[in-house]
Design a protein around this ligand. Structure first.
Ligand SMILES: *[C@@H]1O[C@H](CO)[C@@H](O)[C@H](O)[C@H]1NC(C)=O
Ligand SMILES: *[C@@H]1O[C@H](CO)[C@@H](O)[C@H](O)[C@H]1NC(C)=O
Length: 354
């Protein structure tokens, strides 16, 4: 590319990023409902494999896969992720979404426990604290049914999402040489609140940890649990890890470990969502509550949609009450609407959420 071409390309890029900055606040109407790829959404950058473009001079570079249609059918014929935590692996066709400016990249630092700081005592409750910047914290979607199911999005130019802390046992040394088994964790918690509103987030490690050597890491995520995506390759990490020791003689595994009651329950809930299939309504929502809620929604719309067409289709069929009849018959009174709201299944909220 000649210099003049480079400068005009740079000008085009500048225009494009200004437009992005103005519009990157969520899915456009067409973006969330149309079934055709719009001309102004086609990314011509994916037409090329990189071997002839700026940056091609780096030795041993792999050629990129290419597509003239944004890979919209990349997952056709494969096991779709479909909002589920598919343990055997899957293909996710949802776009990555909105990316913040370089000046608003997510960053984290763990402020407790600290390296060489106050020692945590075994079997004793403590808080893991993380100070973050450039994350609109406190937003998390249903991790069992909407995992990776929507793009990353921004608010005020910052990624909307949440973070997690994951603690793993390092064994006999703070400096093991084998990579840790990612299925094994001594404590895991999604931090789903907004903390102090200034980026200080905390997870209570109720009951503490057995004595030992540990690594705690953060995993910053967009609302739908995907790792945050950032605008430039050369950057500091969005996450932090700290190694620490737990003193004393306590040996009690935390309930939020992979084999603890919380860890097992969370994995079971994710598996039951996979078994029920994509978009299935929780069979434990009582049919009365589902009917009343569908009635209220049909009444509000003035339509005669039944529970299924209102998007409440249930794999088990238990929530398939016909709200349309009630709406037609004028039975959607205030009492029913109230029952719909209040009748939502009162399942104890899990503390242990991805
Ligand atoms: C631990 O974190 C919880 C939840 O954020 C908070 O309510 C509590 O005050 C924290 N405790 C300490 C000692 O910081
Ligand atoms: C429904 O509730 C029962 C009883 O509490 C429980 O055993 C079962 O796991 C629940 N099913 C789902 C899918 O949450």
């Amino acid at each position: 590319m000649r210099f003049s071409q480079i400068t005009s390309a740079a000008a085009l890029i500048a225009v494009a990023s200004a437009a992005n900055a103005a519009s990157n606040t969520g899915a456009s109407a067409d973006g969330a409902t149309g079934t055709t790829l719009l001309a102004n959404a086609i990314q011509s950058g994916s037409f090329v494999d990189g071997s002839q473009e700026i940056g091609a001079d780096e030795a041993d570079q792999a050629k990129s896969l290419t597509s003239t249609n944004n890979f919209i059918n990349n997952c056709a014929g494969k096991t779709l992720t479909n909002g589920l935590q598919v343990v055997g692996g899957s293909c996710n066709g949802i776009p990555m979404g909105d990316i913040p400016a370089k000046t608003a990249m997510v960053s984290s630092v763990i402020t407790f426990p600290t390296t060489g700081g106050t020692q945590v005592q075994s079997d004793t409750t403590f808080n893991i604290s993380v100070q973050m910047s450039n994350l609109v914290a406190g937003s998390f979607t249903n991790a069992d049914a909407t995992y990776f199911a929507a793009p990353q999005f921004l608010s005020g130019g910052q990624v909307v999402g949440h973070t997690h802390v994951t603690v793993q046992d390092l064994g006999n040394s703070l400096n093991p040489t084998q990579a840790l088994d990612a299925t094994q964790f001594a404590f895991f918690k999604g931090i789903n609140d907004a903390g102090n509103g200034k980026g200080l987030l905390q997870a209570v490690v109720t009951g503490g940890l057995p004595a030992g050597n540990y690594r705690v890491c953060t995993m910053a995520s967009a609302s739908n649990h995907q790792p945050v995506i950032m605008p430039v390759a050369q950057r500091g990490t969005a996450d932090d890890c700290t190694k620490f020791t737990v003193g004393g003689n306590g040996q009690v595994a935390n309930a939020a470990s992979n084999s603890g009651s919380g860890g097992v329950a969370a994995a079971a809930a994710a598996a039951s969502a996979v078994a029920a299939g994509p978009g299935a309504v929780d069979p434990n929502l009582s049919s009365a509550a589902a009917a009343a809620s569908a009635t209220a929604s049909a009444a509000a719309k003035g339509g005669n949609a039944n529970a299924a067409s209102a998007g409440k289709a249930s794999a088990s069929g238990s929530a398939n009450a016909n709200a349309g009849n009630a709406a037609k018959g004028g039975n959607a009174n205030a009492a029913n609407a109230k029952a719909g709201k209040g009748g939502r299944k009162q399942r104890a909220r899990r503390e242990f959420i991805a």
